[in-house]
Design a protein around this ligand. Structure first.
Ligand code: FES
Length: 149
């Protein structure tokens, strides 16, 4: 890993996520979920208003998310948020995965500073778009499955 990456991890430990043990867990997950996936059942790439992009790949079997990977050129918080989105999605059915919101991602990261909340929104939106891509490929409409609370 580059020294920038290592420095970023230290930065996250020190500031973005308050609890160091939680930060260590999140960092492990970063490495687990970063990467592409061949022939995903759901795929999306979204560029946020800040200009950063998140690309997400989903493995979906029997209506359940069984695998998730992502790529981003975004900030370190986006890496943590994308990773958390993948982690939260795996094991959920499609309806449950649609409920992975910006707030849920942020909460599971131990809370994010106000100016980083949009990074969690980008991860959540990309996940939902990848789920929608899957449903579209099956001829289903997301509105029939996901209704906003
Ligand atoms: S600053 Fe662009 S997604 Fe985090």
């Amino acid at each position: 890993m580059s020294s920038d990456f290592d420095e970023g991890i230290e930065e996250i430990k020190a500031s973005t996520i308050g609890d160091v043990q939680e930060a260590e867990k999140v960092i492990d997950k970063w490495l687990r979920y970063i990467g592409e996936m061949e022939n995903p059942e759901g795929h999306a790439k979204i560029t946020g208003p800040c200009g950063d992009a998140v690309e997400m790949f989903l493995r979906i079997q029997d209506n359940k998310v069984t695998g998730a990977r992502f790529l981003t050129d975004g900030c370190l918080t986006t890496i943590a948020a994308g990773s958390m989105a993948c982690d939260l999605a795996i094991g959920r059915d499609i309806k449950g995965a649609f409920k992975i919101s910006q707030e849920l991602i942020s909460e599971n990261l131990g809370g994010l500073p106000e100016d980083s909340v949009h990074c969690a929104l980008l991860a959540s939106n990309t996940l939902r778009e990848a789920l929608t891509d899957h449903l579209t490929s099956k001829g289903q409409r997301w509105r029939s499955i996901y209704k906003k609370p």
